[in-house]
Write a protein that binds this ligand. Structure first.
Ligand code: ATP
Length: 334
C-alpha cells in the first residue's frame, strides 16, 4: 500500500515555483528522506502534505485517502519541526500529552501513551522538567514523543536534527532509524544534509528547484545518479568532473560529454598518468588528496602520498559516469 503520495503538485509563491510538478510516493512503513539544497522546496513539500499550505495544482493522498482539500487536523499526520516548538510553560509530560488531553482522550489512555512514547525516545527520567531545563537533543526527543503519542498515519519530519551539535546529531540519527523500525510507520524526513539522508533513508528523493530529480535506495542513487545535479549533490568530497578531452588521458570517452568520477575511483598507483600532489587533507582514517591536475582522490589515510610527491593516476572505465554537457542528463555508455 502507498503510505503517502503526491501527484503533479505545484505551489507558487509569487514568481517562485516552490513545487514545480512533484510526483513522489512513500511506501507504507517506509522512511523516505527528501534531500536537496536550501530553497529547493523541501519544507514547502512537507507543509503541503500537512495542510499548512494549500496546493495550486495536483493531489496528495495519505494511505490512499485523498487529503488535498482537507484541513490539517483531518489529515492524521504529525509534524516535527527543526525548532521543536514545545510549550515553554508546560512540563515534558504535559507537552507530550497535550494533543491527547485537548482531544479529551480518557486519562488512563493518555497516561499509558505518554509513558510509552517517552520510553521509546528515552525521556522517562525528564517528564517533570520544563523545556528550558533540557538540552537541544532532549528537546528534540520530546518533540518526537509528542508526535509519536498521536499514532498518526504518517510522520513528517522537517530538519529535526539540524539544531543539534554534531555528536548529538549522529546519535539521534541512529535513534531515529531504530525508532522508525519499532514504530513501523510511514515517515518523510526532510534534510539538506546528504550524509544524514544517505545514512537514514530506506530511500532518498533528491530535489532541486521545486522538482524531484531522482528517487531510490541511497547507494543506488549514489552509484547511478540520473543527472549531473544528483551526482554532484551526493558525495564528500564531491564527484570530479572533467570535459571529454581531459578525460581521454585516462579513458577513451566519447566527445561532447561531461565526465564524472568519484574521488574513491581516482586510483593512485604505479601505473597511469603522472601528476603531483598539491594538498592532502586527513580526516581520521580517510585522506582527500588534491592533485595538480585538478582531480581529488579519496584514499585510506595510511595509504596517502606526501604533499609534493609525484603520483600516477588511473581511472577505470566502469567507474566513469557520462553526462550531457548541455542538459546535464546522464548518458548511457555501453
Ligand atoms: P531550507 O532548507 O532553506 O529550509 P527548503 O528546501 O525547505 O529550504 P522552502 O522553504 O520549501 O525550501 O522554499 C522553497 C522556495 O519557496 C524558496 O525560494 C523560498 O524562498 C520560497 N518560499 C517558501 N515559503 C514562502 C512564502 N511563505 N512566501 C514566499 N516565498 C516562499
Amino acid at each position: 500500500m502507498s503510505g503517502l503520495a503526491l501527484e503533479g503538485v505545484r505551489k507558487r509563491f509569487g514568481d517562485v515555483a516552490a513545487l514545480d510538478g512533484v510526483d513522489l510516493e512513500a511506501h507504507e512503513g517506509e522512511l523516505l528522506v527528501v534531500v536537496g539544497p536550501s530553497g529547493c522546496g523541501k519544507s514547502t513539500l512537507l507543509r503541503c502534505v500537512a495542510g499548512l499550505e494549500t496546493v495550486d495544482e495536483g493531489s496528495i493522498r495519505i494511505r490512499e485517502r485523498d487529503v488535498t482539500k482537507l484541513r490539517p487536523a483531518a489529515r492524521d499526520v504529525a509534524m516535527v519541526f527543526q525548532s521543536y516548538a514545545l510549550f515553554p510553560h508546560l512540563t515534558v509530560w504535559e507537552n507530550i500529552g497535550f494533543g491527547l488531553v485537548v482531544r479529551e482522550e480518557p486519562k488512563r489512555e493518555v497516561r499509558a501513551r505518554v509513558d510509552e512514547a517517552a520510553a521509546l525516545v528515552g525521556v522517562t527520567e525528564l517528564l517533570e522538567r520544563r523545556p528550558y531545563q533540557l538540552s537541544g537533543g532532549e528537546r528534540q526527543r520530546v518533540a518526537l514523543a509528542r508526535a509519536l503519542v498521536r499514532r498518526p498515519d504518517a510522520y513528517l519530519l522537517d530538519e529535526p536534527l539540524s539544531n543539534l551539535d554534531a555528536g548529538t546529531r549522529v546519535q539521534m540519527r541512529t535513534e531515529l532509524r531504530r525508532l522508525h523500525r519499532e514504530v513501523g510507520a510511514t515517515m518523510v524526513h526532510v534534510t539538506h544534509d546528504q550524509v544524514e539522508a544517505m545514512t537514514l533513508g530506506d530511500r532518498i528523493a533528491v530535489m532541486d528547484r521545486g522538482r524531484v530529480r531522482q528517487v531510490g535506495p541511497p547507494d543506488e542513487v549514489y552509484r547511478e545518479p540520473r543527472d549531473r545535479f544528483v551526482a554532484s549533490f551526493l558525495g564528500t568530497p564531491a564527484m570530479n568532473f572533467l570535459d571529454a578531452e581531459a578525460a581521454r588521458a585516462f579513458v577513451a570517452v566519447p566527445g561532447g560529454a561531461e565526465v564524472g568520477v568519484r574521488p574513491e575511483h581516482v586510483r593512485l598507483g604505479p601505473d597511469g598518468v603522472a601528476t603531483r600532489v598539491d594538498i592532502v587533507e586527513v580526516a581520521g582514517s580517510e585522506a582527500y588528496v588534491h592533485l595538480e591536475n585538478g582531480l581529488v582522490a579519496h584514499v585510506p589515510a595510511d595509504a596517502r602520498p606526501a604533499e609534493g610527491a609525484e603520483v600516477h593516476v588511473a581511472i577505470r572505465r566502469e567507474d566513469v559516469r557520462l553526462f550531457d554537457a548541455e542538459s546535464g542528463e546522464r548518458l548511457e555508455w555501453t
